[in-house]
Write a protein that binds this ligand. Sequence first.
Ligand code: ATP
Ligand code: MN
Length: 465
Amino acid sequence: MQDIRRTMVARLMADPAPYLGKTVDVKGWVRSRRGNKYVQFVALNDGSSVKSLQIVFDLAKFSDDDLRLVTTGASIHVQGTLVESQGKGQSVEIQAEELQVYGTADPDTYPLQKKGHSLEFLREKAHLRPRTNFFSAVLRVRHALAFAVHKFFNDKGFYYFHTPLITASDCEGAGAQFQVTTLPLNDLPTDKEGKIDYSKDFFGKMASLTVSGQLEGELGATALGCIYTFGPTFRAENSNTPRHLSEFWMIEPEMAFYEIQDNMDLAEEFIKYCINYALEHCKDDIEFLAEHFDKELPERLKFVVENDFVRLPYTEGIRILEESGKKFEFPVYWGVDLASEHERYLVEEHFRKPVILTDYPKEIKAFYMKLNEDGKTVRAMDVLFPKIGEIIGGSQREEDFEKLQGRINEMGLEGMEWYLDTRRFGSVPHSGFGLGFERLVLFVTGMQNIRDVIPFPRYPKNCEY
Ligand code: ATP
Ligand code: MN
């Protein structure tokens, strides 16, 4: 058989009419095979759809030997006629005329034999996980969301701005960075005081992987107007939770002339746009995920896009939590950094809607956030989602040179002169936020664990592939 181009299964399923009664070529991987001594049915999946295409092999035409290698996991090319299906469960199928086996998969060793492997098992087989229905559905949704992110900002006149992955600045002024070095770790050069001599290191100074592109993003926004970043972010925090990864993707828009209200409007519009885009373009995948993992998923997604988010100052949030009469694991008081259980109480039990919490105590937020008139709180905004907790963290930035310099000195941050130049020269009110891409994918797919929405998850003590 000639090796001609394939027609994608998704195309045949979505609009079979032009192909019915015609010869088509399909190529993909065998998900399963069953049948009797007259006919064999093969479910073929080519990655374009969560639905597999049924291939019918008439045993008058194909011998047992012809089909011997057509086992779960094998890759094949089938030429045949697309016909309306007699059986239930699918609308069209292919009556096979020609078969070519590209690669076999030994049934004794191919790990993905049966349906319904646990997510934990599949995480250990992450290199083959994309071949499962569940994970390929997640990956298609992930792709659609990434595309939606770019489309949303491009249509709004934002510029995609690339901030560095290797950086010498520590954005949050906190630890949790992965160091980048070429120094020999078993024989570190030291200076006269016995400290590590970074002048001998690759960059001539200490460098790390970025924890956020925001500070560099502000340089873009104060030149181009509105920018967004969308790239990998690295945090060495030892949080073994279902919502944290050591390597994740973050989207960070930064907008000149935006105040906190504009920032909240943008965040809400942006998230709703992305969810709507997925609902529109990933119907089958979302239906599949809902059916297998989370029955309430479609309703929850619709609910979020159809309702206004609640906007609430932190101080009022604390009051609601204190008056709730609920026993939390972590105590609630004004000044506390809210734990996930607090955030989820507000969202899931009290308001039953996404909440944008604003005006946090300055002590628990980053140095660059704009101070309110009360001198105690800053113009921060965290977007809190059902099941996820914090999905976005953002703020209006302090545009006043003296105040910002004061905060930088208070916190003992060094090497920030380049950043202060944005306030020294042509400073403007501006705002921005960071959305953890995987938390968005988590929400839209209804998965429970963030390790199940990225192809190769990195987390403490795990760095496979
Ligand atoms: P959290 O309190 O949940 O750890 P954070 O306050 O550290 O989040 P920010 O520094 O504000 O988060 O980062 C912006 C966004 O990036 C968060 O709202 C979240 O969506 C995402 N994010 C932060 N840390 C991680 C992580 N380790 N893995 C995946 N996403 C993350
Ligand atoms: Mn964190």
